[in-house]
Design a protein around this ligand. Structure first.
Ligand code: CA
Length: 319
C-alpha cells in the first residue's frame, strides 16, 4: 500500500509534546504535518461541547483546587456538573495518574506547568480551519462522541448537538474532511439510519471488559460481525492488541487476521495508539512498529501521539 495513503491522525493532538486536547497541542499537530486531528467530546452542564478525553476533569486539570467541593460521591469531578464558564477557569496540565501528581508519561511536557485551557469543539474547529486557510493544506477533523448512553442518562443527547455543531461549521457531506467515531455501535447505527448522516463513520473497538458501552466487541471482531457493521460504518478503530500477537517464540509479532477480515468486509482500519514512549511488545523502535503495521498489516491510518515521528518513519521507508 502506498505510504501517501496512510492517514496520520494526531491522537488528542500532538499529545506526545503538549498537554492532550489543548489548542496548543492541536496547532502543533497541524504544523507537524498530521492529516487528521482528533477531538474527544463531552458535554458541560449548560450543554456545550468541550474537547476532553474523560467525562471527568480530575486527571488533566486543577479542578480539585478551584472547586474542592464539587465532586460526586465517587470522588470524581464530572464535566457534566460544571458550566462552560466554570470550566474555562481551570488550568489544563499533562495527564496525571489517578489521585496523585505523577505524570502518566513522565518524559513528556512537565505536568503542572504552563497556561492551558479546555476548548470547545467550535473553538478547536475554527483553529484548524484557520490554519488550513493560512497554510493552504486541508487537515481534517476526527471527532469522537464520548459515552452517548451515559450522556443520555444525564438527560442530554450529545449526538444531536455534535451533528448540529459540525453541520454549522461545514461538515455534512461524505467527502468532507472528517471521520466521526464512536465506541457505541447502537449510536453509530442511529447516526447513519435514524439521523441520516452522510459523514464517514468509524466504529471504535474496545474489549468488553473496558465497559465502554453495551456493544459486544467480541462479536464485532468476528468476520461476520465486521461484515455486518460494514453496512453502517466506513471503517473501524481497533486497538493495537487486536491486530497482532506475539509469535510462538515470544520474539516477534504475528497478525491476528483482523485487518484482512476488515478489508474483506470493505472497512478501513485506523488502529490506536502509536506511542514512541510506550511501544507494543515485540518492537525495538517506534519506526519499526509503524512500518510493520503499514507495510505488513496494511492498516489505512493510525492514531499517534507523535505524528512527526510516524510521518518520518514512513518517509524514510525505502523498502
Ligand atoms: Ca478518542
Amino acid at each position: 500500500m502506498d505510504n501517501k495513503n496512510t492517514l496520520i491522525i494526531a491522537h488528542r493532538g500532538a499529545s506526545g509534546y503538549l498537554p492532550e486536547h489543548t489548542l496548543e497541542a492541536k496547532a502543533y499537530a497541524h504544523a507537524l504535518g498530521s492529516h487528521y486531528i482528533e477531538q474527544d467530546l463531552v458535554a458541560t452542564r449548560d450543554d456545550e461541547l468541550v474537547v476532553l478525553h474523560d467525562i471527568y476533569l480530575d486527571q488533566v486539570t486543577n479542578v480539585a483546587k478551584v472547586f474542592p467541593n464539587r465532586h460526586r460521591d465517587d470522588g470524581r469531578y464530572y464535566v457534566r456538573d460544571f458550566t462552560l464558564k466554570e470550566i474555562k477557569r481551570l488550568s489544563v496540565w499533562e495527564r496525571r495518574k489517578p489521585g496523585g501528581t505523577e505524570a502518566v508519561f513522565p518524559r513528556r511536557f512537565p505536568t503542572g506547568v504552563g497556561k492551558f485551557q479546555i476548548a470547545t469543539l467550535e473553538e478547536e474547529i475554527k483553529l484548524i480551519q484557520g490554519l488550513n486557510a493560512a497554510s493552504g493544506r486541508v487537515v481534517g477533523i476526527y471527532p469522537e462522541i464520548k459515552r452517548p448512553a451515559w450522556h443520555r442518562s444525564e438527560g442530554f443527547d450529545i449526538t444531536l448537538l455534535t451533528l448540529d455543531v459540525l453541520s454549522g461549521l461545514g461538515y455534512t457531506q461524505r467527502d468532507d474532511p472528517i471521520y466521526l467515531q464512536c465506541f457505541d455501535l447502537a449510536e453509530n447505527k442511529r447516526i447513519r439510519k435514524e439521523l441520516g448522516s452522510q459523514l464517514k463513520l468509524v466504529q471504535l473497538i474496545a474489549e468488553n471488559t473496558w465497559a465502554e458501552s453495551d456493544t459486544d466487541y467480541e462479536r464485532l471482531k468476528t468476520e461476520s460481525g465486521l461484515q455486518a457493521i460494514a453496512q453502517i460504518v466506513d471503517g473501524v478503530g481497533p486497538w493495537l492488541g487486536q491486530l497482532t500477537k506475539l509469535d510462538g517464540h515470544g520474539s516477534g509479532r504475528t497478525s491476528t487476521g483482523f485487518v484482512r477480515s476488515a478489508h474483506d468486509a470493505g472497512l478501513l482500519v485506523h488502529p490506536y495508539t502509536f506511542r514512541a514512549d510506550q511501544l507494543a511488545p515485540g518492537f525495538e523502535t517506534f519506526e519499526q512498529m509503524v512500518r510493520w503495521f503499514v507495510r505488513h498489516l496494511h492498516v489505512d491510518g493510525l492514531f499517534t501521539d507523535f505524528p512527526d515521528k510516524a510521518l518520518r518513519a514512513l518517509q524514510n521507508d525505502v523498502v
